[in-house]
Design a protein around this ligand. Sequence first.
Ligand SMILES: Nc1ncnc2c1ncn2[C@@H]1O[C@H](COP(=O)(O)OP(=O)(O)OP(=O)(O)O)[C@@H](O)[C@H]1O
Ligand SMILES: [Mg+2]
Length: 458
Amino acid sequence: MAAAVAAGFLPPALALVIIMTTGAHSPAWTMLAIGVGAIGGGVAAWGISNSIIDRAERIEALAAALRAHRSPAHVIPDDSDAMGRAERDLLQATDAVIAEIGALTEQRDELGAILRNMTEAVVVTGARGEVILLNNQARKTFALSPDASYQGRDFVELCRDPRLQEFVTDSTAGANGEIIAAEVRIQNPSPRYLAVSAAPVKRASATRMGWLFVFHDITQLKTYETMRADFVANLTHEIRTPLSALYGYAETLERGVDDPDTAKRFLGIIEKQAKRLARLVDDLVSLSNLERGLNPLKLEEVAPRSILEDAAELMRERAERSGIRLETSDSTDLPPIHADRDKMHQLFVNLIDNAIKYTPRGGKVTLIARAASHLGNNGAAGIEMVVADTGEGIPAADIPRLTERFYRVDRARSRELGGTGLGLAIVKHIVQLHHGALNIESRVNEGTTVTVSLPVSA
Ligand SMILES: Nc1ncnc2c1ncn2[C@@H]1O[C@H](COP(=O)(O)OP(=O)(O)OP(=O)(O)O)[C@@H](O)[C@H]1O
Ligand SMILES: [Mg+2]
């Protein structure tokens, strides 16, 4: 630039020097000086304009790079003059802005991915309750369309459940900057429990607070809580009954019972109730060990028939006492199965015990081992082991609940028979550990058939 200006001044200066040294004032010299000055000035102006065009192009390229959010081409500007230095500053500032845009974009994408993949429903609203943002889970929770835009819609209208609407309205009304949390049981669009929180958010572009709502589905947690509470209530009940009998009879005996036969009968009851408690504890320990996977399976090759025969052997005397025929049906040659012999024994003792308990005198219990009528999920061969009785049967409505802990069709009767209601829960766990399936079919007053299907190799 400086050179260009110097070049502009050089010709007239040269003409003046010639005039001064020659002392000539002739029009020819004047014309020559003006001509040379004009040419020199033109060359200088051409140089200046070229330099301005170059710079303008570089600045335009910077602007284009900024617009496209990409780094500008790094042409090192000549920073020997003020324009060059300004250009270099602009280039550095552009670099910094582009780097910042890159970092912000990355951050935004990360936040977007987090928001999309969150298991919680997240909704951000403006001060008037208008939707600014909602994630996929929010669309699912409130049964909204997966791709419709709800921007600007009133959030209270979108959450159709009245209790949720109440929460949203109440929490946004008291704008004292606190985070409000609650557990809400909703019915709409489906019954569930939600842990909800509303936090005020200050948005840079808005004068009033917006709101961040987070909805966490705790239905499963609540179900577990209820199950645990039910379990404790059931257990307390199961323990209290024999305990109060123990207290009662022990106290009576302590006060003295004259008739030795009565005293003996009371002692018999005490023994029976104590055994009941002991069985309850045994069953609970067994169930808890199975549920917690404390005793891993000791798998070995076992012949299905031998499992049934061993269990039948143990239960034969009981069956005879109850006037029930216990038969093992002839089965064809079956492949051995990989199973834990002790657990299988426990499983079939439980099933045969039920069959005997719930079959009236004169009835029959049949044990069958046979090849599975259809192949398992993965096409593997399997076997079926069946305990069928001609007993009182089970109403269809009760069948799906039989494997729940403490579930009994007739509580009083089962208790009278010494049952704890844990037998089938234990059975279900053992079957599951062996990757098998349990099927119960029953008709009231006709009988019950329990089928345990097991893969040949677990
Ligand atoms: N073969 C069956 N015939 C009729 N009812 C049955 C039969 N097996 C089970 N049930 C019903 O299912 C309920 C649950 O059975 P489960 O074996 O879990 O408990 P339980 O036999 O009462 O007690 P436990 O087995 O702990 O001694 C029983 O109380 C009974 O009502
Ligand atoms: Mg039982």
